[in-house]
Design a binder for this molecule. Structure first.
Ligand code: AMP
Ligand code: ZN
Length: 467
């Protein structure tokens, strides 16, 4: 696989530290609010990266933290008159609801900053010991001047930074670019004991400490949105590499911004939709497909039109899949007819092109394109009649692709939960008992849920209403 590495600004062949293993860390949410659609972009694209690597045979360990203590969490707790723990616990649950809804698999390890205090304190201690950090009246700071490679990820030097920035003078810091590792406790704020007095950790040190604690000093892939390159990831590199004398991560991956009216969607600007609200209108899976319709490094604009297009595309995919599943169980012919046999080779070609697209720096836009080409071709080939064997082959080929993209998963469960099949059976029994009123009632109820029934010689078949 080739990966565009922000550190080198080049696409590079991906070679993991240990053959067959991948250690990945993605910066997780600060839990004080429901996530917005922009926040969902890294979740979805790096979930596909994880699935693709696993499909290629790697054993992936995926760590994503929860930043559960920070100014915003504390601010929210104060505003509501509740504890910061309550705010964090609530929004961790809210986050999980959205992430799972979006088909994002749970991380292997999801450490919380407040559960990682020992690792954080040990890392700060090491930096102080080595002269990379110093004590100030309001906490402990990282001394950027002590790390000559500071700026290597964002490609700026301390000199260029000083020219470009409007620097606020801060008496307690040696350099304006020094950043807090430990923030001395303020009244009314939660704090933890430390050798430098009670306080709480800065945001950057949390990730450095949790990454090292769970994955080791050097990992394979560290990822997040482009806005994390500076200062967050730059500072993580400075802390980790100054402390360990080893590279923090070999590949740095950053997703581009999701915008709305061509401006970055952001909480602070107020131009956002929460994932929850967008999902109520379009469905979680539509949001997922929309996100994968662009290459992860390119900008992507959120619009009703775009979401509607993806919703329609998803319905096409589901309809084809449903039809194949039905044919698999009900088609008259069991085995493939001679004229069907050649199609197997074509399906294999789609599968190869799909994998090649993802191997090329996770080009999900191309991969989604291949998937829908396959859908079109399958529809043509199976429109008249198809054997059970061909239907199974096509369904299998689709599932290989949707499995990596994380599509059609939630739906299957939802339908089982919804008991569609059960209702169809109930309708059959009603018809058999000549209770046509009841049979029609069930048909109407299903229709209200977007499920259309079709009586065929092979039995009842259901499909989703196309938009
Ligand atoms: P935040 O809550 O701002 O720390 O963001 C959480 C994650 O979402 C980070 O990886 C950000 O880089 C990412 N992110 C925030 N806004 C956007 C956006 N508009 N488009 C893409 N990614 C974003
Ligand atoms: Zn981080």
């Amino acid at each position: 696989m080739n990966i565009y590495n922000t550190l080198t600004r080049r696409k590079e062949a991906f070679v993991p530290l240990t053959p067959g293993r991948v250690l990945m860390y993605c910066c997780g949410p600060t839990v004080y609010n429901r996530i917005h659609v922009g926040n969902a972009r890294p979740l979805i694209v790096f979930d596909v990266l994880r699935r693709h690597l696993e499909k290629q045979g790697y054993r992936v360990t995926f760590v994503q933290n929860f930043t559960d203590i920070d100014d915003k969490v504390i601010g929210k707790a104060l505003a509501e008159g509740v504890s910061y723990e309550e705010v964090a616990a609530r929004y961790i649950e809210e986050y999980k609801t959205d992430a799972r809804g979006l088909g994002v698999r749970d991380p292997d390890i999801a450490p919380r900053a407040t559960d990682s205090m020992d690792a954080i304190l040990a890392l700060i201690g090491r930096l102080v010991e080595k002269g990379h950090a110093y004590r100030a009246p309001d906490g402990v700071y990282f001394r950027v001047g002590s790390f000559p490679k500071y700026g290597k990820l964002s490609r700026q030097s301390l000199d260029t930074l000083a020219v470009g920035a409007r620097v606020e003078v801060d008496e307690s810091k040696e350099s304006p670019f020094d950043f807090a590792l430990w923030k001395a406790a303020k009244p009314e704020e939660p704090s933890w004991p430390s050798p430098w007095g009670p306080g709480r950790p800065g945001w950057h040190i949390e990730c450095s400490a949790m990454s090292a604690a769970h994955l080791g000093e050097t990992i394979d892939i560290h990822c997040g949105g482009q806005d994390l390159i500076f200062p967050h990831h730059e500072n993580e590199i400075a802390q980790s590499e100054a402390a360990h004398g080893a590279p923090l991560a070999r590949y740095w991956m950053h997703n581009g911004f999701l915008s709305i009216d061509n401006k970055k969607m952001s909480k602070s600007q107020g131009n956002f939709f929460t994932v929850r609200d967008a999902a109520a209108v379009y469905g979680y899976e539509t949001i997922r497909l929309f996100m994968l319709s662009a290459h992860y490094r390119n900008p992507l604009n959120y619009s009703a039109e775009s979401l509607e297009q993806n919703r329609a595309a998803l319905t096409r995919l589901r309809t084809t899949n449903d039809r194949l599943v039905f044919l698999e169980g009900h088609a008259d012919a069991e085995t493939m007819a001679p004229e069907e046999a050649g199609f197997a080779a074509l399906l294999k070609e789609y599968a190869d092109r799909f994998t090649r697209a993802l191997d090329d720096d996770l080009n999900t836009a191309d991969a989604v394109g291949v998937l829908f080409e396959a859908v079109r071709e399958i529809n043509v080939r199976t429109a008249g009649s198809a054997s059970r064997a061909l239907a199974a082959l096509c369904a299998g080929a689709l599932r290989e692709m949707t499995g990596v993209l994380g599509l059609l998963e939630a739906e299957e469960e939802a339908l089982l939960d919804d008991g569609v099949e059960e209702m169809i059976r109930a309708r059959q029994s009603a018809r058999a008992a000549r209770n046509f009123a009841e049979a029609d009632r069930i048909r109407d109820e299903l229709r209200a849920r977007g499920i259309l029934l079709e009586d065929t010689p092979q039995g009842v078949r259901w499909k989703r209403e196309t938009v």
